[in-house]
Each structure stands twice: as structure tokens, then as C-alpha cells.
Design a protein around this ligand. Structure first.
Ligand code: TYM
Length: 345
């Protein structure tokens, strides 16, 4: 088992995570999520990875064809990054109705006040909360359902999802307490490694995000080698050279971000990277970083394009994953209904 997948819990360890098909994949999604999902699939623990299409419509309603393409593209991104559908279960959320069914139950467990405290709700709804969708408000209950429909015990995510995972724990605790059962596991977030918060290339205080209006702020998984090199060359830095130890990165968010990205891409610790590059100027380090990024990312974007040429094969993989996902989550939903007192369950 890998680090992070160790728990004294009575529940069989099971990894679950998801990504929204709400736009192109960024380097943040890759390093903070997908790459780590792939690393976990050989840990000896069952791994379940989802394209959360129901979540994707909470903030924006897409053209149907756009949503279909983004869903397939994300599935292709998972597979091109090394996710093996024979080892992991890979599917899209809307094909497995247990997610929405359990989410309803959790809507009745979670409290309005819990949801109102979510920073993602506050950020995404902005000043005009009255006009945000009810789905955006209830988003974290659906996320809890995603995980708990499988009795997921470990959830690899980037740092921005920490609060949602705390809410998932609160929902499990309240359900178990209110019904006097020990039915849902208390999920462990797995937020590890150098790249749990990849920052914008233009502003080291902002997260790298697919929704940032500036394309130069992020590396997209579909960017070609020239674009990657250009974005890294233009990335904001400070005038000093690179330090030889981690302490020297304090108060230097842009420098820290580039070193973190290098470390995560190269499977190295930040300490080891700094041992090698300490003392170098950015004019020397940036070409090293862009060569590394191109070396690691180009094969993935090439493979994504190849997979996208055969959408029927992607659909087949998702449908097979959905069958396997249903086989796990339907008995858990049935038992939930029994616990609650639904006749016929
Ligand atoms: P989403 O789609 O916004 O992001 C997917 C994953 O990528 C991580 N991530 C980052 N990590 C590091 N640096 C960044 N700049 C960066 N940007 C994104 C996110 O932390 C996440 O792990 N609510 C989730 C999707 C979800 C989910 C779930 C996750 C729905 N149900 C159940 C886990 C379990 C989300 O919006 O992720």
C-alpha cells in the first residue's frame, strides 16, 4: 500500500476521487489529482475514479455536445496519463444513479449553515447568491454521496477540496449518529506531495485554474511543446536566483511554485530539486523546467488525441466502469434506505 492509504478503520480501504468535465485539464489537475490517482492504482487497494458530469452543470449549463466532448476528453486524459481501466474503475457519474439518490438523503442530513460556510460556494456564487443554482449550493452533498456510495475511505485531491472533504466527514458522522449505526466510514483526505496547490504562472497567490481568464496563467494538458515553453519562459518570477534549501523559498510564491512543479513532474522531493538547482538563475532553470514539462506532458496530449479519435471506445470503457460501479454502490444505497426506513428497500 502507498503512504496515505493506511488506516485503523474497520472499513476495507477503498480510494475514490473525481474531476469535473467543466473545461480542459490543467497542469494543476494533472499534478494535484490525476498523476496521484495513477500512482495509487498499484497500491493494492481498489481505486475508483469518476468524471463528475452532474457536478459540471452546477455552475454552467453547457451545450450538450460540448459537455459530451469534455466528458470524453477527461476520460481520455485519465487513460492517457496512465490510468488503466482494467485496474481502476473509470466511469461518468450520471450513468450511476446511486450518486444522485444518496445525494438526496445527504441533502436532508446536511444543514444549510454547513453549506453556507463553504468557501467554494462563496467564491463561485460571488455577490449574486440569489441567482446561483440550487445545485451549486448542494454541490458538497453530492460530492459526499460520490465518495460514501462506495464506502470510500481515502480521497486523493488537491488542497482546494479539503473543506469539502471535512463536510463529507461531518455528513457521515451525523448520519451514523442520528441512526445509531457505524455505517459510513469517516473518509481520510489524501493531500500529499509537492503539487497539492499548483499556482497561476502569472500570480503566485492564485491557484492555477481552468476558469482563469488568462490562458498564460496555466498549462493546459493539450498545449503543444512551443506553447508550454513560451508560458514557462513568461512565467512570473523574482529577481533572485534559486535557493539551496526550502527555507529560501519562503515569501517567494512564484519561485516556490516553479520548483514544486519541477519536483512533482520529476517525482523528486523539493529538497532534492533544490540540492541540484540551488544557485541557478531563472534564465537557466526555466529551460530545464520547460524541457521536463514537454518530456512528461507531450506523450499524454498525443495519446489523448489518439483516444479522442475513437469516442465509441471511450464510451465503452465508461459504460463498463459504470456497471462495476453500480455493483458496489447499489447494495450500499439499499442498506442506507433500510437504515432510514424506506419500505421496499
Ligand atoms: P475539480 O474538477 O475542480 O478538480 C479536480 C482535482 O484537481 C485538483 N486541482 C488542483 N490541484 C492542485 N493544484 C491546482 N491548481 C488544482 N486545481 C485543481 C482538485 O483539488 C481536484 O482534486 N469537487 C471536485 C470534484 C469532485 C470530487 C468528488 C473529488 C466531485 N466529487 C469526490 C473527490 C471526491 C472538484 O471540483 O474538482
Amino acid at each position: 500500500m502507498t503512504e496515505g492509504v493506511q488506516t485503523p478503520s474497520a472499513f476495507t480501504p477503498r480510494v475514490f476521487s473525481g474531476i469535473q468535465p467543466s473545461g480542459g485539464l490543467t497542469l494543476g489537475n494533472y499534478l494535484g489529482a490525476i498523476k496521484r490517482f495513477v500512482d495509487m492504482q498499484d497500491s493494492g487497494v481498489e481505486t475508483i475514479y469518476c468524471v463528475v458530469d452532474l457536478h459540471a452543470i452546477t455552475a454552467t449549463l453547457f451545450e450538450p455536445e460540448t459537455l459530451r466532448r469534455q466528458t470524453r476528453e477527461l476520460a481520455a486524459g485519465y487513460i492517457a496519463s496512465g490510468l488503466d481501466p482494467a485496474k481502476s474503475i473509470l466511469f461518468n457519474q450520471s450513468q450511476v444513479s446511486t450518486h444522485a439518490q444518496l445525494a438526496w438523503i445527504f441533502n436532508c442530513i446536511a444543514r444549510m449553515g454547513w453549506m453556507q460556510r463553504m468557501t467554494q460556494w462563496k467564491d463561485k456564487a460571488g455577490k449574486n447568491q440569489q441567482n446561483a443554482s440550487l445545485g451549486l449550493f448542494a454541490y458538497p452533498a453530492l460530492m459526499a454521496a460520490d465518495i460514501l456510495a462506495y464506502h470510500g475511505t481515502h480521497v486523493p485531491v488537491g488542497e482546494d477540496q479539503k473543506q469539502h472533504l471535512e463536510l463529507t466527514r461531518d455528513i457521515a458522522i451525523k448520519f451514523n449518529h442520528d441512526y445509531g449505526v457505524d455505517f459510513f466510514p469517516i473518509t481520510e483526505p489524501v493531500i500529499e506531495g509537492a503539487a497539492t496547490r499548483v499556482m497561476s504562472l502569472r500570480d503566485g497567490s492564485k491557484k492555477m485554474s481552468k476558469s482563469d481568464p488568462s490562458d498564460a496563467s496555466r498549462i493546459n494538458m493539450t498545449d503543444d511543446a512551443d506553447t508550454i515553453a513560451k508560458k514557462i519562459r513568461k512565467a512570473k518570477t523574482d529577481p533572485e536566483g534559486l535557493p539551496s534549501d526550502v527555507k529560501g523559498l519562503e515569501d517567494r510564491p512564484e519561485a516556490r511554485n516553479l520548483v514544486n512543479i519541477y519536483a512533482a513532474l520529476n517525482d523528486q522531493s523539493v529538497e532534492d530539486v533544490l540540492r541540484d538547482v540551488g544557485g541557478k538563475q531563472f534564465s537557466e532553470f526555466k529551460p530545464m523546467l520547460s524541457d521536463l514539462a514537454v518530456e512528461k506532458l507531450s506523450p499524454i496530449s498525443g495519446e489523448m488525441a489518439r483516444l479522442m479519435a475513437d469516442p465509441a471506445e471511450i464510451d465503452r470503457i465508461l459504460s463498463d466502469g459504470a456497471d462495476r460501479a453500480r455493483a458496489i454502490s447499489e447494495p450500499i444505497l439499499k442498506r442506507t434506505y433500510e437504515i432510514i426506513g424506506m419500505v421496499g428497500a
